[in-house]
Design a protein around this ligand. Structure first.
Ligand SMILES: [Zn+2]
Length: 108
C-alpha cells in the first residue's frame, strides 16, 4: 500500500509515513469502527435474550470486539435483571405466605 498524502510506499504496520510523517492509522481505525457498529442494538438483543447475547459474545470476541462486548454486557445485565426479578418474586411469595400464616393464626 501507499501513503495517501505523498504516495510513498508503506507497510500495513506503519503508524506514520516514513517520508512525509503523516499519520496513517486513522483511516484504518474509522473503517474498522464502521464495520463494527450497532453496539447498542446487540446490547438490547443480549438484554432480552441473554443466551443469544452470550453466543454472539463468544462468536464475535475476536472479529467484532465492540459488538461482542455490547452483546456480552447486554446479556450480563439481562441475566442479572432476570435473577433479581426471580429473587424479588420469591421474596414476595415468602412475604405473602408469612402474611397469610399470621392472618389465619389470628383468626384461629
Ligand atoms: Zn507520506
Amino acid at each position: 500500500m501507499f501513503c495517501k498524502y505523498c504516495g510513498n510506499e508503506i507497510t500495513q504496520d506503519d503508524n506514520f509515513c516514513s517520508s512525509c510523517g503523516n499519520k496513517l492509522k486513522d483511516d484504518l481505525i474509522s473503517q474498522y469502527d464502521n464495520t463494527d457498529s450497532m453496539s447498542i442494538g446487540w446490547g438490547i438483543l443480549g438484554f432480552f435474550i441473554p443466551v443469544a447475547g452470550l453466543v454472539l459474545f463468544l462468536v464475535w470476541q475476536n472479529s467484532k470486539p465492540n459488538s461482542a462486548k455490547a452483546a456480552g454486557i447486554g446479556a450480563l445485565i439481562g441475566l442479572i435483571v432476570s435473577v433479581i426479578c426471580y429473587i424479588a418474586l420469591l421474596f414476595l411469595f415468602f412475604i405473602f405466605f408469612i402474611y397469610n400464616l399470621s392472618y389465619y393464626s389470628v383468626l384461629i
